[in-house]
Design a binder for this molecule. Sequence first.
Ligand code: ADP
Ligand code: MG
Length: 705
Amino acid sequence: MDRVGQVTKTAVRLPTGFAGLEPPDAWPRPKSSPRPERLEASLETLDGVGPSIARRLARLGLERVGDLLWQRPRRYEEPVPAKRISELFGDEDAVVEVVVRSASSRRRGRLNILTARVADETGEIKATWFNQPWLEARLTPGTRVRLRGRANKFGFAVSSYDLEGDAETADFAPVYPASEDVSQKKLRELRAQVLGLVRDAGDPLPAELRAREGAPLRADALAALHRPRSLEEAETGRLRLAFDELLVLRLALARTTAARERSSAEPFGPPGDLIAAYRSALPFVLTGDQERALEEIDADLARTTPMHRLLQGDVGSGKTVVALYALLRAVEGGRQAALMAPTETLAEQHFLTIDELLGDLGIRVSLLTSSLKARDHAVVRQLIASGDALLVVGTHALIQEEVEFRDLAVVVVDEQHRFGVGQRSALAEGRSPHVLHMTATPIPRTLALTVYGDLDVSDLTVLPANRKPVITRRIPEERASEAYTRLTRLLREGRQAYVVCPLIEQSETSRARAAEAEAERLREHELREFRVGCLHGRLRTADRRELMSRFKSGELDVLVATTVIEVGVDVPNATVMIVQEADRFGLAQLHQLRGRVGRGAEQSYCLLVSRPTEELTETAVERLDAMVATTDGFELAERDLEIRGEGQLLGARQSGFSDLRFVRLRRDQKLLERARDAALVVPDEGLLADEVDRLLGEAEHLGAS
Ligand code: ADP
Ligand code: MG
């Protein structure tokens, strides 16, 4: 068999048609060749995974066997000293080898606390585990265990443990994004089963390039990532995988850039009367940054290559005014303009904001989302096709095949990091509108170029007016009443407030229901003396508009809301926000939510209510702490990059750079340059073509979900 393998290789290298060496239709497959289909198998094919565990794993973004290999550990356990019980002090991780004397568990709210008396020859201590009730049955008296953790005033808080010889507490053991219902231990066990399959991942890097880069084989990199002997080894593995990702990304960008460069756009003349009217209708003077952005946009529009610009500005920096300007430039020339938002509710919110801003200018705005009734949808599509609808707001539904613009000249894409590379190209191909991307999660310019390709960038760095930074506090659930006390005091002073409901519910409809129930509860209890409205994604546009105008005019004191208030809501007198179960939200989302307060001259507050620290995942604590530490969106974006990898729990869409798992953008600048150079020499994408397809295709798939 091995000989056949060798012959195969040789034959492939020979010029085709070489006499006497016509290859057969199919060579027998050599034993050693990768079998990628094994990585496609469902996780249920592994030992110890039934339907229930499979479901829990799916919530962590793990569905196929290969997913286990392609998930990066968040970090590695550093070696810690082995101690005897008598030698334990607080504030220091240690490993103890002990025997179980007894074990019992109890509940405190949602928390299960398992306590075991354990002993060695120097003494006895109480070891505690949180939320691992099944372990109790295994901690029978006399069992030998190796515990890693930290002594505290209650005993010994266990962070990981070995039962019967699994090397869980081993030095450099990987720590994966776990959840309440899938333990770290389980994840490590499964990983151990799958590590034997690393060869099936294949290796798409041309051998010559790999040699020049001095990179390990992909299989070895995966093995090093999940079972390193040192941190350096783990890092070498990560770098190889990151290199592949960056290379694939560069190749994908090269594809989309090539497509764009083949297209051309119709150049615009100078701004006219409508723009003049728009400017003079604005109730404020534009900031220097805004003016510069408008100039840059004007210059782009005057060219025959399509605009491809990123408008970056923190929450509240005034991007809407700039975006509208770009849209109106098309409208005033009698051409079409579209604003795309990542979700239906965000699209509706934008629609309301814009409709209000443009009302006086006599411009009609159309809304196209897939929640429209089939007939209405058809009507709007018709208006778009005939060119009667000049300004359209919608979701990605706007780029689907059935929507034909008669003359689309300008497109603004909001929160563009939520759209994959593929969606952006889908929009640009065939039609060639000028495109302005907007993001409230600013990233350094060099990173923007990496991730978004050859975008031009306009930054809005100075916030309009002199706003005070919002004061943010974390409040544990048990003390939630304190948050409401503060809220009540501010309401009595005439301020208004938001209460954001938890994100637990999956569908928009059940979230809406939960929000209604919470509003009702608050009306009866904490907020009895106030007028409370409820805003969610299942309200009809007209009802939402009415609710918002009542809140704006002060007829309502409090809005209980789902995350639909993330954008567009702009009421300067609202100075306090309570976010319930704040640990469930992504960082970018919390930042957006917080942006709804701090819009006037008064000091504003954002109160993040969550379970106590010891019940939260590590990353949740990191997110909340980051929110308290800074109001700067740029800094938060960087923190998000560091923390990310955990995003799957609440939808990768929120976590920004979901395409890149192994890259650490700031640290990997050098690698990035190497990948960029390498992309120029890989002929026709080589074996990476499939992965490029997948990157572009997956992005589209994501958008369609
Ligand atoms: P973003 O979309 O960037 O989060 P918005 O466009 O919603 O920010 O603007 C935030 C608020 O600031 C809005 O109330 C807007 O009317 C106001 N605003 C925008 N530009 C200016 C400006 N130059 N001066 C004063 N207020 C402004
Ligand atoms: Mg905005």
